[in-house]
Design a protein around this ligand. Sequence first.
Ligand code: FES
Ligand code: FES
Length: 178
Amino acid sequence: MDAENRLRVSRPKLMSFRLNGRLISTQIEEDRWTLWDLLRWKLHLTGTKNACDRGECGACTVLVDQIPILSCMMLARRARGKEVMTVEGLSQGGSLHPLQESFMQQVGLQCGFCTPGILMVAKVLLDKNPHPTRDEVKRAVAGNLCRCGAYSGILNSILAAGSSGRRESAKHEPAEGF
Ligand code: FES
Ligand code: FES
């Protein structure tokens, strides 16, 4: 669906929810809008990517009530009253999140298209388990495809963001898939 079709007005609906810590009210222009549509076309948050639009790649992952959700598969209206966090909400007070710092230091990306979704999944993992093993990280991000094949750097970046990971990431294992 192109941008023009996504923006075509049918039955606008007002909706409130918390977005990156702020209570907002906004309008859903079409019943069929997904949460990704709302974030991109109405709220102009372009950090969350859409690489398949069919729930297969994880690029569009955001947190809804602290749970990773594929925003291309969730109707926008279902976010009413919920707490949504996108990649734009990771940095605080002008400082990058430790995961973002780590992805830069460990070169955890190539084109970066998969990165926002992976960061959100990794945040949930590290919030629950600050010192995951390599296998635990692999399992956590198994639903996120990296079309550039930057898997080794991604794993190292997530491991390095946890204090125990700093040691494990030093191994810099060869390139691998999840
Ligand atoms: S864009 Fe949503 S899963 Fe691929
Ligand atoms: S860095 Fe390009 S898709 Fe992952």
